[in-house]
Design a binder for this molecule. Structure first.
Ligand code: C2O
Ligand code: CU
Length: 466
């Protein structure tokens, strides 16, 4: 390991501080690993295009994979070498509020040139991710994200474990550079910023070599600003094992079409059924056509005992997950309005009532319960341990991907049964859905649309658990 003079000086400073401040059992800050957000350029689009200027963690796209055992500690000194203030959010992790990384709510944005220490225990095994949480519409679109994988205590019975981060990019077709109009009103008021170039793991060409009959664990993460991926399989067959980092009690056969909204994850176990010499695909379905989102070229075969292995055993459930008590639950309603072709006539922005023209002038298009964007007071204050049930009515014509920070929820079906644990819910236009969760994590938690231009133009609120 090479150490610069600056590192040594910083270590000295950290030791000095550590000596005076009680550390409450935290790791010595001196050995904290750095993660540097900085501009870089990568070959994102095919080779006939120039490299694309991006912002990446450690200059990479995606950022470095963070992988820890369940119950393990994640400790990173975030170093901001971007020309903008930033912060890091650990999407889907049930961690302490102060580490949640929401600029303006749980911490101040880290100015350019500055650092912030993130440190927490990863309580749940599963597929998570991290991304910038300041000016996210721009910063995530520029590439500031990576996978955070928490491993089960006993590794699952698969031959390979692969992370596939799906994203679309809005590139200028001549220059290969990102369209810099991140706050374009048309995107904000319609379906969000959608790209014209689609990649897996920041590459135009993602091919894995796999043996025939191999069982693969595919961890899919949708890091796109707005695109809902519709996915299918060819030459692969298997089971859906986990959603949003939380194991399904009973693995389900993979449906014909998997919908993956921004922020969502799905873990698949798939067997390679394509024969040697052929190529299997994760297929992206668009306008009834299939495109290869990721290719698996079948190079040799595992011994035939690996054929037809039968259904996998479920992944172990994550700990300390209380069942919501629907009877005594605290009821919350969230009415979503706005957007193009919507009915929003006026709403409150920064405490002032504004008509739609004024909202448009402020580049704001969406409201929750008649209020646009963040407020001083939370949407709801919930006592610790209480169950909250929230009725969400999407009175707009667009789909939204509602993400709750800090806790997972379950959807309440029409018949009152509870669906799987999730942290992001896709709600189509004119749909009304209800979720429930036990508010067991104290703090200020954001609840917003993960279509990031929607979040920036009104679809953001927060709840307090105290
Ligand atoms: Cu994945 Cu508030 O974010
Ligand atoms: Cu939305």
């Amino acid at each position: 390991m090479t150490q610069t003079r600056r590192d040594v000086l910083q270590m000295g400073a950290a030791f000095g501080v550590a000596a005076m401040v009680p550390t409450f059992g935290r790791a010595q800050t001196a050995d904290m690993q750095r993660i540097v957000a900085r501009p870089a350029s990568v070959q994102l689009a095919p080779l006939e295009y120039p490299k694309t200027d991006i912002w990446g963690y450690d200059g990479k796209l995606p950022g470095p994979e963070i992988r820890v055992p369940q119950g393990g500690r994640v400790a990173r000194r975030f170093v901001n070498e971007l020309p903008q203030a930033s912060s890091m959010h650990w999407h889907g992790l049930r961690i302490e509020n102060a580490m949640d990384g929401v600029a303006g709510l749980t911490q101040d944005a880290v100015p350019s040139g500055d650092t912030f220490d993130y440190e927490f225990i990863a309580p749940d095994a599963g597929t998570f991710w991290y991304h910038a949480h300041n000016r996210s519409t721009e910063q995530v679109a520029r590439g500031l994200y990576g996978a955070l994988i928490v491993e089960e205590p006993t590794l699952a019975d698969v031959d390979r474990d692969e992370v596939l981060i799906l994203d679309d990019w809005l590139l200028n077709p001549e220059t290969g550079q990102l369209d810099p109009d991140f706050d374009a009103p048309h995107n904000s008021s319609h379906a969000g910023r959608r790209g014209n170039f689609i990649a897996t793991n920041g590459s135009f060409d993602s091919t894995w070599e796999v043996p025939a009959n191999a069982r693969l664990r595919l961890r899919l993460i949708n890091a796109a600003n707005a695109r809902v991926f519709q996915l299918g399989l060819s030459g692969l067959e298997g089971w859906m094992m986990a959603l949003d980092g939380m194991p399904l009690e009973n693995p389900e056969p993979i449906p014909e079409v998997i919908l993956l909204a921004p922020g969502q994850r799905v873990d698949l176990f798939v067997d390679v059924t394509a024969p040697m010499g052929e190529t299997a695909h994760l297929v992206r379905i668009e306008d009834d056509q299939g495109f290869s989102q990721a290719a698996f070229s079948v190079v040799d075969a595992l011994d035939s005992s690996k054929e037809q292995r039968g259904a996998p055993v479920p992944l172990p459930p994550n700990p300390n997950m209380d069942v919501p008590n629907l009877e005594t639950a605290r009821r919350i309603t969230l009415d979503m309005e706005g957007g193009a072709m919507g009915s929003l006539e006026s709403a409150v922005l920064d405490g002032e009532s504004m008509d739609f023209r004024e909202l448009v002038a402020a580049n704001q298009f969406w409201s929750f319960n008649g209020v646009v964007g963040m407020t001083e007071t939370p949407l709801a204050s919930i006592s610790r341990g209480e169950t909250a049930r929230m009725r969400i009515a999407n009175n707009t014509v667009f789909p939204h991907a509602m993400h709750l920070h800090g806790m997972h929820f379950r959807e309440i079906a029409e018949d009152g049964t509870l669906g799987p644990l999730r942290d992001t819910l896709l709600i189509f236009g004119d749909e009304s859905r209800e979720i429930a969760f036990v508010a067991d994590n104290p703090g200020k938690w954001l609840f917003h649309c993960h279509m990031l231009s929607h979040a920036a133009s009104g679809m953001m609120t927060w709840i307090e658990v105290a």
